[in-house]
Design a protein around this ligand. Structure first.
Ligand code: SF4
Length: 304
């Protein structure tokens, strides 16, 4: 078990045996109207590339094969440096580290996805084709009240670039339902938008006010029952998408990093984040090719 304290960030980077979570920055300057983080954690502060590379090398020496790059607002990595250094520069350095086989990005702001960014990213063979882009709403009016700084159309363009660059990409997202003032019409816009993008998986949150934020004192707070109903519809859609995505792999071969035993099975993830299990063998922390036989409870079952 790898464990290291980063006192300057007040956080701990911790891992399982196969995957390490590496925090590369703290703070956020975006001030979404529902979020307390910019007040609670302050401005963007990024760790130096050298310090992160040193940590990832140590992780690789432990035999860990996958790193998850995380932070409060990862897309802002480097914004506080005098030099012109950004997330892509960091990823290029991590990609060079021997022993690391996979680099997974945790949640990223969609607007970082540009043609220039992808031209460099797609050259890095260790980057996982799984991207978590926080959308929050697919309706421009709601996005505006949330103070998210993109439109639904701009978000869609980012997802199209990713789909073009990574043919098997899994896009996941976070959605808030019942944001103050969200009318039936606004929610329907979001619903149709989500159907259109066809996310692999969506995390649905029912809006809950955070004291000290602008959204907490907005008019037209939404009734709990309505939030519940909207949440249920989106959870259903997410589940349907996930099953359809998984079923496309039946009969195909996928590469899995095996993580842990579960009863008579051992399971792990593909680069595009599907959970795959096979009858137990001692293959923990190895990457194996698996022939997929079926989909079962949002997981794929197959044989090595
Ligand atoms: S939701 Fe994310 S981007 Fe928005 S203020 Fe909070 S941490 Fe920053």
């Amino acid at each position: 078990m790898y464990q290291k304290e980063f006192l300057d960030f007040g956080t701990t980077s911790y891992t399982e045996k196969t995957r390490a979570v590496v925090k590369v920055q703290d703070g956020c300057d975006r001030f979404c109207s529902y979020c307390i983080i910019p007040y609670a954690r302050g401005h963007v502060r990024s760790r130096k590339i050298e310090s992160i590379v040193e940590e990832v090398k140590a992780i690789a020496e432990e035999g860990i094969k996958e790193v998850v790059i995380t932070g409060i607002h990862v897309a802002s990595y480097g914004k506080d440096f005098k030099e012109d250094i950004g997330l892509i520069d960091l990823l290029e350095e991590i990609n060079k580290i021997e022993g690391i086989k996979r680099i997974r990005l945790s949640s990223i702001e969609p607007t970082i996805i540009t043609e220039e960014f992808l031209a460099r990213l797609t050259k890095l063979e260790k980057i996982c084709d799984h991207f978590h882009l926080s959308l929050q709403s697919g309706c421009d009016e709601t996005l505006k009240r949330m103070n998210r700084r993109y439109t639904a159309e701009e978000f869609k363009e980012c997802t199209e670039l990713l789909k073009k660059a990574y043919p098997n990409v899994a896009l996941t997202t976070d959605i808030i339902v019942g944001f103050p003032g969200e009318t039936d019409e606004e929610f329907e816009k979001t619903y149709q938008f989500l159907k259109d993008i066809n996310f692999y998986m969506m995390h649905i949150f029912k809006y809950s006010p955070r004291k000290g934020t602008k959204a907490a004192v907005m008019a037209n707070q939404i009734d709990g029952k309505l939030k519940e109903e909207r949440s249920r519809r989106l959870i259903e859609l997410s589940r349907k998408n996930e099953i359809e995505h998984n079923e496309r792999y039946i009969g195909k071969e996928v590469e899995v990093l095996f993580e842990e035993r579960e009863g008579d099975y051992i399971k792990g993830h593909t680069t595009n984040y599907m959970v795959v299990k096979v009858p137990y063998k001692e293959i923990e922390n190895t990457i194996e090719k698996v022939k997929v036989e079926k989909e079962e409870n949002l997981e794929l079952v197959g044989n090595v």
